[in-house]
Design a protein around this ligand. Structure first.
Ligand SMILES: [Zn+2]
Length: 322
């Protein structure tokens, strides 16, 4: 029995980019920012994972995606309204922290092109727009990394798959002026003007030629979620296939999450991750993933969902491909 030559090589060591400086000083907030450290601690114990501290993103990286005035506001704190548009208090420590998280996605993207896969133990910050932040998202690390790879000549077409609970409105806005980017968001909560909407039957955004959204109805369970994901994924590979898949693996679709109207358990989200990785491996597309939302009261479950994304990668990577 002959197997086709896989286009991507299995990484001997999966690089996971993390730095304690990812933790922006936002005080006691619903965003459990300490989860990133807990995920890093557990992931470091998985066989085959190597934790690496990323370089911070540079000013030029940020300004390929965000306006000069917005980047300046985040750096200096003025004007304060703009510096806090992502809805947490500004402090001088914010700018170095968000440069580091965007740098994590950049370095994970390079590592994925080298090794076939890599991860950043940071959020993708998919609500961040070109000239302001929203929903705890300051700089859109996904698009910052995509632009960086294009500028470095390492990728021409890039796909972003957003499986956070919330609609990736910032990524969609940024995709609108980038025809080489293709963004797909499957969401159970709509999101506009810093406000989440639980009722996804109300249309509050418009799809474009290269950004598409698929609503998951309230009460959506495993089979429906996996079916909708599987049927919508091929669009990312239509036409010229992507050189890299950036995958935002949200933990907030979990049924115990205060924002989630979906009926999805920890194992269902692991099956979701496995489906994504299986598809990327079959298509020979390198994948870099990031964490995203996760606000369940039991933080250990949020951490488990994120660590399971790594386990799903190793499971799928070890599976024979046909
Ligand atoms: Zn979310």
């Amino acid at each position: 029995m002959s197997q086709p030559e896989p286009k991507t090589l299995a990484p001997r060591k999966l690089r996971a980019f993390y730095d304690p400086a990812f933790e922006a000083p936002i005080g006691n907030h619903i965003m459990p920012i300490q989860k990133f450290r807990k995920v890093a601690d557990q992931v470091a114990g998985l066989e085959g994972v190597r934790l690496v501290s990323p370089n911070p993103a540079g000013r030029a990286d940020l300004e390929r995606v965000h306006s000069h005035d917005y980047v300046e506001a985040i750096r200096t704190g003025a004007p304060r309204e703009l510096a806090e548009s992502q809805k947490f208090p500004w402090s001088p420590a914010l700018y170095p922290s968000v440069c580091r998280t965007s740098g994590g996605v950049i370095d994970a993207s390079h590592a994925a092109l080298d090794d076939g896969a890599a991860a950043a133990i940071a959020s993708g910050f998919h609500h961040a727009h070109d000239d302001h932040g929203e929903g705890f998202c300051t700089f859109n690390g996904l698009v910052v990394a995509a632009e960086h790879l294009r500028h470095a000549g390492r990728a021409r077409n890039i796909a972003i798959l957003d499986l956070d609970l919330h609609y990736g409105n910032g990524t969609a806005q940024l995709a609108g002026s980038r025809p080489w980017l293709r963004a797909l968001s499957l969401y159970g909560n709509d999101y506009v003007n810093n406000t989440p909407y639980r009722d996804v039957t109300q249309r509050r955004h418009q799809d474009g030629a290269n950004h598409r959204s698929i609503p998951l109805p309230a009460g959506c369970g495993r089979e429906q979620m996996l079916g909708l994901t599987e049927s919508s994924l091929p669009w990312l590979w239509e036409g010229e296939p992507p050189d890299l898949l950036l995958y935002q693996a949200g933990a907030d679709p979990f049924r115990e999450d205060p924002y989630s109207p979906l009926d999805l358990g920890i194992e269902d989200l692991r099956a979701r991750d496995a489906l994504v990785f299986r598809t990327a491996l079959r298509m020979g597309t390198p994948v870099a993933w990031v964490l995203a939302g996760g606000y369940a009261p039991d933080l250990s479950k949020v951490v488990e969902i994120h660590v399971n994304t790594f386990r799903a990668w190793f499971d799928e990577n070890a599976r024979p491909r046909s």
